[in-house]
Design a binder for this molecule. Structure first.
Ligand code: HEM
Length: 480
């Protein structure tokens, strides 16, 4: 019987446990470890410093976990650094522990900030930012220069999310980029609290200067977001209500209405707005960068996509959001990109609040959970022998995976997660990805600069963009 046992583990070291086995790209190391040490059921147990961690590496194991144990694993791994950066514990959606307060906040995000109606209301923002993206590429095309797509796509994604969150972009988005870059750098890598018990970890954080750097970050964000709140309140007094609301407008309104149980203090509002901008920017720009890399590697797919976009837009000079609903191949390309390159390959780590018996193994409360969405998207048992190949056709009629969707109901495709912690912004994110990608291929042909090669290796970090920022030369296409 396995009922008293944990799932199998590789050999470990004292104190470190298995941390040394993670390498710089943990999703890849974890898949290799799973193939060597994991169970047939897709489970493996690691000790990452002090933390017991259940790793799920196959589609079948993910299905079992989400269907039968989602509630037990619906919390987050606590992090003192993240609490600081979130203006205190239990303030936002992404990093708060499971509980009534979090449930109310998540529901508020789904119903009030990211509902289909509100996501649609940002259509003009997406259209304007896609036009700016095309204009920047056109300048490079006319000068015959290469563009660094990472910069362009980051600017686009950040502008879309920042404008939706706080109604502002431009210089402010630039400032936001600097702030986010610093925060990500602080959050990447191992933290003292992963290895040491509470008091000792605090001493190390203080002695290594981490505390001071975090304080600096919090202060910079605090100043920035307080300024935004003040501007919004001023604007509201001057103009009254009216016009489309951004997330900050909505949060301030809900506070005024006293919406039950949300307790929208200034710190909570700041934390939620920051949360949305943080969660939405790099995930979207990384997806678009991989999409362009895959299209360069697969010219036949590019030609097919260009044909579709040209046919559907049928001589119009702009792409409208209504057109996107008729672009089946575009949607298939994006699914295939998110299958092979989920921007958060291990999702955001979960934590269990109660003991759970998973496939007969007893997983104690307070175990971390890594869902390896990257490995699951390449699981041959779910995707067949061509799992590693870029084949958007698999999602089209007759392709074998026609009905498979990425909204968290099909457990072999989990770029947005699933269950209680699923990304609440799928309806917001997809049209932003679609209009940007459709625009890039509609107006330009893209080539690698002479003498360069495509490098598909990944950069380490919270999200995993290509290791070398993608540089391509745009050539204007004649529009039929
Ligand atoms: C390509 C775009 C995106 C991808 C691939 C993506 C993916 C994810 C993933 C993997 C998670 C964690 C799921 C888990 O823990 O199991 C997540 C959570 C989250 N995402 Fe997204 N996301 C994207 C865009 C966005 C955008 C645009 C926003 C906001 C405007 C957003 C807001 C959030 C929030 C608030 C959470 C936390 C949910 C929770 O903890 O319950 N995401 N997302």
């Amino acid at each position: 019987s396995t009922s008293s046992k944990l799932p199998p583990s590789p050999p470990s070291f004292p104190l470190l446990g298995h941390i040394h086995l993670l390498g710089s790209l943990p999703h890849r190391s974890l898949r290799d470890l799973h193939l060597r040490y994991g169970t047939d059921g897709g489970l493996m147990c690691l000790k990452l410093g002090r933390r017991r961690t259940l790793v799920v590496s196959t589609a079948a194991a993910a299905a079992d976990l989400y269907r039968n144990h989602d509630l037990a694993f619906a919390s987050r791994v606590p992090s003192a650094a993240m609490d600081k950066l979130s203006f205190g514990p239990d303030k936002n959606v992404s990093f708060s522990p499971y509980g009534d307060a979090w449930r109310r906040r998540k529901k508020m995000a789904v119903v009030h900030l990211l509902s289909p109606r509100r996501a649609d209301s940002f259509g003009p923002v997406r259209a304007a930012e896609a036009a700016a993206l095309v204009a920047a590429a056109r300048r490079a095309a006319e000068a015959g220069e290469a563009v660094e797509l990472r910069d362009l796509l980051y600017g686009y994604s950040n502008a879309v999310v920042t404008r939706a969150a706080a109604g502002t972009a431009g210089v402010t988005a630039e400032k936001m980029k600097r702030l986010m870059g610093n925060t990500t750098a602080l959050m990447s890598g191992l933290q003292a609290e992963d290895l040491l018990p509470g008091a000792a970890a605090k001493v190390v954080s203080w002695a290594t200067g981490l505390d001071k750097r975090l304080d600096g970050q919090v202060e910079a964000w605090e100043k920035f977001l307080s300024g935004m709140i003040a501007e919004h309140l001023e604007k509201k007094c001057a103009d009254g209500a009216g016009g489309e609301e951004d997330f900050l407008d909505v949060l301030l309104r809900l506070r005024e209405e006293g919406t039950a149980g949300l307790e929208l203090t200034d710190d909570r509002i700041k934390s939620i707005v920051k949360d949305m901008i943080f969660a939405g920017t790099e995930t979207s720009s990384t997806t678009l960068e991989w999409a362009m890399a895959e299209l360069i590697r697969n010219p036949r797919a590019t030609a097919k996509l260009q044909d579709e976009v040209t046919r559907v837009t049928n001589g119009k000079t702009t792409i409208e959001e209504d057109d996107l609903s008729r672009m089946e191949y575009l949607k298939a390309v994006l699914k295939e990109v998110l299958r092979l390159h989920p921007p958060a390959p291990l999702l955001v780590p979960h934590e269990s609040t109660t003991q759970a018996v998973v496939q007969g193994y007893q997983i104690p409360a307070k175990s971390a959970l890594f869902i390896n969405a990257w490995a699951i998207g390449r699981d041959p048992a779910a995707w067949g022998d061509a799992a590693e190949e870029f084949r958007p056709e698999r999602f089209l009629e007759g392709g074998g995976m026609t009905g498979v969707d990425l909204r968290g109901n099909d457990y072999q495709l989990l770029p947005f997660g699933a269950g209680r912690r699923v990304c609440p912004a799928i309806r917001f994110a997809l049209p932003a990805l679609e209009i940007a990608l459709a625009s890039l291929v509609r107006y330009f042909d893209w080539e690698l600069p002479t003498g360069t090669r495509l490098d598909m290796s990944e950069a380490p970090g919270l999200t995993t963009p290509p290791l070398a920022p993608l540089r391509l030369v745009p050539k204007c296409r004649t529009l039929n």
